[in-house]
Design a protein around this ligand. Structure first.
Ligand code: GLU
Length: 422
């Protein structure tokens, strides 16, 4: 099976062929510019010393400072981070941000460590990558299993090392400490906005459309809330432990509160959490959730969830990629053949990095915008990007993924030519 990075390269190549991408530009974009791997010791609460491995991979900065999240997960590896860094370059280009692409991560299961340990791990990681990051060079952000608390530690540690206050070194910070209004649910808001545009084009009303959501972290849980408020019927959700299927629709907010208490959404089917209507909820596995009969399948967990093994079993008519790389290249071909519309990650989840960009701008000017202003700017940018992608789709008679890649690659190619790189 092709690796995640090989998959991403294949997709760049395919889009490059359709649009006749300059071969030199393709060559430049087929390698990350810098790979930083660090191995560092941290003292655990019990006195034991453990070595951790972390990465920061800077894919391309032709369009502006490197930008992209940092994830904490036991499966973090160099191939994955390379793929995610390339997707960030493309994502920023699809939504026309003056930013490049990077990604980072530490190979560990954060649930195995105490809060104090996580703080020490984060701060030591920052000490190791400090020469490579900064508000004008590379600006990390939250990703899988990292949140505003982790971002505050990063900004604080970096500021100490710099002997001045440098909140602009990361985005996704708490509002009290240089964060932006609207950052916490920006990924989901952007995704919902794009989905609504697609439904308009298809002449469908969101009201009553059934939705299954894989992943109940920041993106998945906020998406469930926003979709329910918008009239969609969220019938199934899942997290890394398992899933819950409530055919009559579930209460997204109560499920979020329950997950914090009970550890997993799979334990949230009781009548104290869900509306009953005479119908009951049942536990399902993550695999079963992907194959449920529904109108929209939202993928908000990890990469490689729909592959050639299960793509034929997907019954949803629309797949929205809130996660990065949740559909493999092979899986994508099968969905395309079966007429399933895939809204690709580089567009569907770009709301997050868009508001991160607004956070960078606010940090630079040290003047902060109201929530309404952020929302308006986000909608405007997502709307413009949707139109560009929809136009490219018509022009090249291709999928939304290829159209989004074409929009991104065209912009990157133009910048590389202007800068005299190719
Ligand atoms: N981790 C998010 C992503 O994959 C956000 C990146 C950012 O805000 O820099 O898009």
């Amino acid at each position: 099976m092709a690796t995640f990075y090989e998959n991403t390269l294949q997709q760049i190549q395919r889009a490059g062929e359709i649009m006749d991408l300059n071969k030199n530009a393709e060559m430049v974009l087929s390698q990350p510019q810098r790979i930083v791997q660090v191995n560092f010791p941290v003292k655990l609460d019990n006195g034991e010393i453990k070595i951790f491995t972390g990465f920061r991979i800077q894919h391309n900065n032709a369009a502006g400072p490197y930008k992209g999240g940092i994830r904490y997960h036991q499966d973090v590896n160099i191939d994955e981070v390379k793929a995610l860094a390339s997707l960030m370059t493309l994502k920023c280009a699809v939504v026309d941000l003056p930013l490049g692409g990077a990604k980072g991560g530490i190979t560990m299961n954060p649930h195995d460590y105490s809060k104090d340990e996580l703080e020490r791990i984060t701060r030591t990681f920052v000490q190791m990558i400090e020469p490579f990051i900064g508000p004008d060079t590379d600006v990390p952000a939250p990703d899988v299993n990292t949140d505003e608390k982790v971002m505050a530690w990063i900004a604080d540690e970096y500021s100490k090392l710099s002997e001045k206050n440098v909140v602009g070194v990361v985005t996704g910070k708490p509002i009290l400490y240089g964060g932006s209004q609207g950052r916490f649910d920006a990924t989901s808001k952007g995704g919902l906005f794009v989905l609504e545009e697609l439904l308009k084009k298809l002449g469908k009303d969101p009201k009553g459309l059934t939705v299954a959501i894989q992943g109940y972290g920041n993106a998945g849980s906020n998406m469930a809330n926003l979709m329910a408020a918008d009239g969609f019927k969220v019938v199934a959700v899942s997290d890394s432990h398992g899933g819950l299927h409530c055919p009559h629709g579930l209460d997204a907010l109560a499920t979020m509160e329950c997950k914090i208490k009970e550890g997993s959404v799979e334990n949230c089917g009781g009548s104290e959490y869900q509306p009953t209507d005479g119908d009951t909820c049942e536990k399902i596995s993550n695999e079963e959730l992907l194959e449920l009969e529904c109108d929209v399948l939202v993928l908000a967990a990890l990469e490689n969830q729909i592959t050639k093994e299960n793509a034929d079993k997907v019954k949803a008519k629309i797949v929205l990629e809130l996660a990065n790389g949740p559909v493999s290249a092979d899986g994508d071909h099968i969905l395309e053949k079966n007429g399933v519309i895939v809204v690709p990650d580089v567009l569907a989840n770009a709301g997050g990095v868009t508001v991160s960009y607004f956070e960078m701008v606010q940090n630079k000017q040290n003047f902060y915008w109201e929530a309404e202003e952020i929302e308006e700017k986000l909608k405007k940018n997502m709307g413009k990007s949707w139109n560009n992608v929809a136009e490219a789709k018509e022009k090249y008679k291709t999928t939304y993924r290829m159209a989004a890649f074409i929009v991104a690659l065209r912009r990157l190619q133009d910048i590389l030519v202007l800068r005299g790189t190719v």
